[in-house]
Design a binder for this molecule. Structure first.
Ligand code: SF4
Length: 254
């Protein structure tokens, strides 16, 4: 394996729409060079380890909210936070939740099929959909959406809101993060993790999505790679490794 992919690569001459997931749009916003290396040149960053504990939490939360979806009832946690809504029933829900499928929309001006896999969607009395994302963490600090890396969570919700609107749904600007926090202050592990569950509301705006898609297309159409993000750990590592190897080979050739 040489680290270069031959599939899912943008071809500037192609007429066919190019599939772009919401996580790749996030990659573009974080570093256009990394996005270009991945989607235009087929060289992606090495994959991280799978978040198996987070995935287990996701699955269990989905099951729990699905019970209330089937019964058209409000989950006690939603009641506790004063959210007058029920989990939304729709025949496509399982597709919308599936990675690599998700909810999708062909955005013709950029010729991208934009995709995103949601965790959940609720509906209020006015018939407006409210996007819901489950998050798992373990912290003793208060949970807020203020940290820099959580700005990406907000954009994630905003893209989902945009996707649902583009699919013809009425979507509230208000979405929710169901945050489960594994408690570390228990006397013993005793073979189980206990969680505190909170709901954080977030008022989003999808106003940036259209412009970003057009910039992402411009980036992929160009034959000149864009600039990278300064102070990126990966690129600093790559540059330091190249430099160190250069020193070794110069010493050898003396
Ligand atoms: S700066 Fe970081 S994110 Fe950008 S190309 Fe380099 S490794 Fe990728």
């Amino acid at each position: 394996m040489n680290g270069t992919r031959s599939k899912n690569i943008f071809d500037p001459a192609a007429k066919k729409p190019f599939k772009l997931s919401r996580s790749k749009i996030e990659d573009f916003l974080r570093c256009p060079l990394c996005f270009y290396l991945d989607r235009r040149l087929g060289v992606a960053q090495p994959p991280g380890f799978p978040f198996t504990l987070n995935n287990a939490v996701d699955r269990l939360l989905k099951k729990e909210f699905d019970i209330h979806r089937a019964g058209k009832t409000t989950h006690p946690l939603m009641k506790h936070y004063g959210i007058d809504a029920v989990p939304f029933q729709h025949p496509d829900l399982s597709k919308w939740r599936e990675n690599f499928i998700g909810i999708r929309y062909h955005h013709a001006p950029a010729n991208f099929i934009v995709t995103g896999a949601i965790d959940d969607v609720w509906v209020n009395k006015k018939g407006e959909l409210m996007i819901v994302d489950y998050k798992a963490t373990s912290t003793e600090s208060p949970i807020t959406l203020d940290a820099e890396y959580r700005q990406g969570y907000k954009r994630q919700m905003e893209i989902y809101q945009w996707l649902f609107r583009k699919n013809g749904f009425t979507v509230s600007d208000t979405g929710y993060f169901v945050y489960v926090n594994a408690l570390k202050d228990k006397a013993a592990f005793d073979g189980k993790l206990e969680f505190d569950v909170q709901i954080l509301s977030y008022t989003g705006s999808d106003a940036w999505v259209k412009k970003t898609l057009s910039l992402a297309r411009k980036c992929l159409m160009s034959d000149t790679p864009p600039k990278g993000t300064p102070d990126c750990d990966f690129c600093n590592y790559r540059a330091a490794a190249q430099k160190a190897l250069g020193v070794v080979s110069r010493k050898k050739n003396r």
